[in-house]
Design a protein around this ligand. Structure first.
Ligand SMILES: [Zn+2]
Length: 174
């Protein structure tokens, strides 16, 4: 019985340590990515700039992410929500471990988005949701609650906008 308890606590201890390390590494990768985004060259004529678009971490989705965000920026420009948007939006991808639960992050006042590379394995509809989610944060930088009423409204507008863009009429979103 004593041996059993010893073995069990050893296993649990190792598992906790492993998860803790993985989380720490992910956090470091994310922060490094934000750091690099801050110093990324931003051409004035572009709405969306990707960090290392050739990187394998994009899992072939770099062009897709760029296109989707450009479509959204185009729509936002036609609406009053655009007042808070800083362009170009700079987007990077960070390597993340198996244990990742967070999908993407935004630095609200700087127009930066970092996506977890694992999230790019998800279906395109889920990538769309993550982009709309983070972009909605960039558009509501002063909201005290991070997923407050304005954020919620903006997020739904953006999700609808992407669906409308697929139907070929981005202008029709209200
Ligand atoms: Zn959020």
């Amino acid at each position: 019985m004593l041996l059993y308890i010893l073995l069990l606590s050893l296993t649990v201890g190792l598992a906790v340590r492993y998860v803790y390390r993985a989380c720490q590494e992910d956090e470091e990768n994310k922060e490094k990515c934000f750091e690099r985004l801050r110093s990324l060259e931003t051409p004035a004529d572009q709405d969306v700039v990707l960090l290392d678009p050739e990187s394998a971490l994009w899992h072939g989705k770099a062009a897709y992410v760029q296109k989707r965000l450009e479509q959204l920026v185009q729509l936002i420009r036609q609406r009053k929500e655009g007042a808070h948007l800083i362009v170009p939006i700079r987007v990077g991808v960070a390597k993340s471990s198996l244990f990742y639960t967070t999908l993407a992050w935004a630095k609200r006042l700087r127009g930066l988005i970092v996506i977890s590379d694992r999230h790019l394995y998800h279906p395109l509809a889920e990538i769309d949701n993550a982009l709309a989610h983070e972009l909605a944060h960039l558009l509501t930088p002063n909201e005290s609650k991070s997923h407050g009423v304005r954020w919620e409204m903006t997020y739904h507008i953006l999700c609808r906008a992407l669906k409308a863009a697929d139907r070929g009429n981005i202008q029709s979103v209200t």
